[in-house]
Design a protein around this ligand. Structure first.
Ligand code: ARG
Ligand code: ZN
Length: 848
């Protein structure tokens, strides 16, 4: 399909489009194999524009007719679209095209999912619907007419008219084409309403397939909470009469913020206690908020070009994180954020796919919806807020909203609003957007005459295309704890700007212990000389919950690394410290559960690599398994009481209930290593909610039991696609290293497996990539299996294939044999005839 050599697009080449759009009218005549799209667009030349080329994007479209000011024309078909000769005064463009949603397995543009029509246009999917300047800096007012023999016909904006077999929608807010959406199908709505602060009555709906109506209430509440929160916290009000959310089973990503018509992967909106875990509830709440918050950060103010993606994504992730913290617990949320950042973004930043938060070039923009753009992008907003302070952060945001409402803007515009609002120079800070890689921050300390000196040095390793790195502006939040455990200096933010810098704290009575990088104040790797005793002291006394957790985590990590490298026994400092944390009833159970968690195998592999040691996946696996048994033994006396006391009772999907369940299930996992699975089996039978049902099953599987329960689970849930995704995923995740590929292979031959559903594909093969020792088994069987699958999937769905190829991004950490095996698979993928631009770009970057 795509045969021309892929083009690289550069940020520096940006030029504005030469025409403005006064209005867009679209008519859709829906039919699965041959949908007609009729467009009527009023263009006007932009007087100042240098580039007068009239180019419209278009891909996989059958052009039936084109007219300018009513007269039939024959446009020149060119690579990626068409060109036409147009008047130098305002004119009307009309076109009729035919598309085939039924055979669109890429899930981009207009496609079908279980008989329903839906769209995904971000980033560049609108060009698969009709010819259009499909770029975010072209904003227009859309009117849409849908004709089709289906009961529910939805598009953006407000409803205009509706009759038998048709509906019309008008969106008064100018928007770029990537925010266009259309949905048509046999859907049922879960209704709700919200009154905005200025008194606008908004109709809310969550639209689902018949049978899913019982899974909407939680999402609806999350939507109302988000609407209220954005008014209270950012002064942002909703701006249409209606807000629709639609759940779609086949979806490449999590969800999409189309104006007034958000489309969600059903896994990110449908929830019930019987079918969703606490983690699902938390994620759903966060994603509903995220998409809703985009209405201001993304839609009302959008991106000038796709290089500015972090402008809307980093900021919106930051906003959804703060919302979730307000809804639940900031301490727990922050620890979870750091876990994700390290697992996904640090991994990316330390391998061949590393790129700046604002990339400078791309081949396929879909390959840049990354942890770096999203999660590191959010960390940048958090640092900015820390540097300017809460009040100035608010002023900066308000100026940004006031100044740029209705515009398509850049990172420069965002920062300028903050400079103007606060008077602060952000030139150095801006480098966070352009310099890739995770800074290493080294700290040493001296003590003399009541003065504590903290000396830092920073360096950032080279990343692709950036061999030389400059010092970053790093906000380091520090507090000091006195020898008796009291805090003597509360949190202060040190601003590090040089490669090496020292900070002093004077007039101290006795030598305090420094708590450094509180709340994870910057996305860096802190290397600090600190003994186990001091760590245990901070674990016991730090007032900063993140650092308190971090001390337990680093103790666990050092313990595991010593077990792996030197074969030593686990340190008592670690075992005793963990015991006192899990039994400390003054602490939030969710925090205690997080403290009990061990660093992942992937995390340990990265740490070994950083220390110049080639990681052996099997050894990492064995050390971690061994530590789980030792912990189980060390905690044996306190386990029964902890298990009994943390019964959350009747299920409610809030922070309190979920915290107790998480601690109880973490304890159950340890207990299952010593009681033959008796307790877990009992919980499995009794559980009336998915958190405990899945938790008990996972505890059984991780302890080598659970065969019968696995069969019973499938029997009970065979008709629920989302729950069955868990069934597929759990088996691969729990498979022993030498079994993982076999288990994944046989599940891919299961009658309910389909490559056409990204959730199902990810359940099996995402889990395989996540089973570290299984994926990296020395046989190379998992590498081969994943490559086979990706080659087949690429012909159907390039986006998901490209994304999943990231499983190989860490290949250079491993030994020569494994590198050779992986290289061969990557080269085999790359040699596939007709390989998509998406996957070609990813695999090429991974190999380079
Ligand atoms: N803007 C969406 C979100 O973060 C993501 C959509 C990305 N989709 C894609 N095909 N690249 O909420
Ligand atoms: Zn987003």
């Amino acid at each position: 399909m795509k045969d021309a050599a892929p083009q690289t697009i550069h940020l520096k080449d940006y030029t504005p489009f030469g025409y403005e759009i006064e209005s867009v009218h679209l008519t859709f005549r829906l039919a699965p194999g041959a949908t007609r799209v009729i467009s009527k667009i009023a263009f006007a030349p932009t007087p100042a524009a240098a580039d007068k080329r009239f180019f419209l994007h278009g891909e996989e479209l059958k052009l039936l007719s084109a007219k300018i000011d009513g007269a039939e024309i024959t446009p020149r078909m060119v690579e990626g679209g068409l060109e036409a000769d147009v008047p130098d005064v305002p004119f009307t463009w009309e076109a009729e095209v035919e598309i085939a949603p039924e055979s669109n397995t890429a899930l981009e543009g207009l496609y079908m999912s279980n008989g329903m029509y839906c769209t995904q246009c971000e980033a560049e999917g609108f060009r698969k619907i009709t010819f259009y300047p499909d770029r975010p800096d072209v904003m227009a007012v859309f009117t849409v007419r849908i004709e089709g023999d289906l009961p529910v016909l939805l598009s953006n904006g407000n409803p205009v008219t509706k009759g038998d077999g048709f509906a019309e929608w008008h969106d008064p807010w100018p928007k770029p084409s990537y925010l266009f959406a259309l949905v048509a199908g046999e859907l049922i709505n879960h209704p709700g309403f919200f009154t905005t602060k200025s008194g606008r009555e908004v109709e809310l709906n969550i639209w689902v397939r018949p049978g899913d109506e019982g899974k909407c209430a939680f999402g609806m509440q999350a939507l109302k909470d988000s609407m209220k929160w954005d008014e209270d916290t950012y002064g942002r009000e909703y701006d249409l009469d209606i807000f629709n959310i639609v759940a779609v089973d086949d979806f490449n990503m999590g969800a999409m913020e189309n104006k007034g018509l958000n489309i969600f992967n059903s896994s990110c909106v449908l929830a019930s206690k019987e079918t969703s875990t606490d983690a699902n509830f938390e994620r759903i709440e966060g994603i509903i908020a995220h998409e809703y918050f985009h209405n201001w950060t993304g839609n009302r103010i959008t991106c000038r070009d796709w290089f500015q993606l972090c402008l809307k994504e980093g900021l919106t992730v930051y906003r959804d994180q703060m919302f979730s913290g307000d809804m639940r617990s900031h301490a727990v949320k922050r620890i979870e954020e750091v876990l994700t950042l390290r697992a996904r973004q640090f991994r990316e930043d330390n391998g061949p796919l590393a790129h700046p938060v604002r990339p400078e070039s791309f081949v396929e923009i879909n390959n840049f919806y990354t942890a770096t753009v999203y999660e590191k992008g959010a960390e940048i907003i958090g640092m900015l807020r820390r540097l300017v302070g809460d009040e100035d952060y608010k002023k900066g945001c308000e100026l940004y909203f006031a100044r740029h409402d209705g515009q398509a803007v850049t990172i420069e515009d965002w920062l300028k609003a903050f400079e103007d609002a606060t008077g602060r120079d952000l030139a150095h800070f801006k480098q966070w957007y352009s310099q890739a890689g995770t800074p290493r921050l080294k700290m040493s300390e001296t003590w003399e005459d009541g003065t504590l000196t903290l000396s830092f040095s920073q360096s950032t390793p080279p990343t692709p295309g950036q061999s030389e790195k400059k010092p970053q502006l790093i906000p380091i939040a520090v507090g000091l704890i006195g020898p008796n455990g009291d805090e003597v200096v509360p949190t202060t933010v040190l601003e590090m700007t040089e490669a090496e810098q020292s900070f002093t704290f004077e007039g101290l009575g006795a030598r305090p212990v420094a708590s450094v990088l509180r709340d994870f104040s910057a996305p860096v790797i802190l290397e600090r000389e600190i003994d186990a005793k001091t760590r245990a002291f901070l674990l016991a006394h730090d007032t900063d919950p993140f650092q308190k957790w971090e001390m337990g985590r680093t103790l666990a990590k050092d313990t595991l690394l010593a077990m792996i490298v030197k074969g030593t026994d686990p340190s008592h400092a670690y075992l005793d410290a963990i015991k006192s944390v899990v039994t400390d009833e003054s602490l939030d159970p969710a925090f205690r559960a997080l403290s009990l968690g061990l660093p992942s195998q992937d995390d340990l592999a990265q740490s070994l690599h950083d220390a110049g040691i080639i990681p052996n996946p099997q050894k990492i696996y064995e050390a971690r398994e061994s530590l789980r048994h030792i912990l189980s033994d060390h905690l044996r006396e306190v386990i029964p009481a902890l298990y009994a006391e943390n019964d959350a009772g009747a299920f409610t999907p809030d922070a309190e209930g979920s915290g107790k369940r998480s601690l109880r299930l973490a304890i159950l996992a340890l207990l299952s290593l010593r009681d033959e699975g008796v307790t877990a089996r009992a919980l499995y039978k009794r559980a009336d909610n998915m958190t405990e049902q899945a938790g008990a099953l996972q505890a059984l599987l991780a302890a080598g039991h659970g065969k019968e329960e696995l069969a019973a689970f499938a029997e009970r849930w065979k008709d629920d696609r989302l729950v069955m995704d868990k069934w597929f995923m759990m088996q691969v995740a729990a498979a022993a290293p030498d079994r993982a590929a076999t288990v994944a292979k046989s599940l891919s031959e299961h009658a309910d497996f389909t490559m056409k559903n990204p959730n199902r594909f990810r359940a099996v093969f995402g889990a395989l990539a996540g089973n570290h020792a299984g994926f990296h088994h020395e046989s190379g069987a998992a590498y081969r299996l994943l490559a086979d699958q990706l080659i087949t999937l690429d012909a159907l769905n390039p986006q998901t294939t490209a994304r999943m190829s990231g499983a190989f991004e860490t290949w250079k950490r491993y030994d020569a044999d494994r590198q050779q095996l992986i290289r061969a698979e990557l080269e085999r993928i790359l040699a596939t005839p007709g390989l998509s631009r998406d996957t070609t770009e990813m695999v090429t970057r991974i190999l380079s």
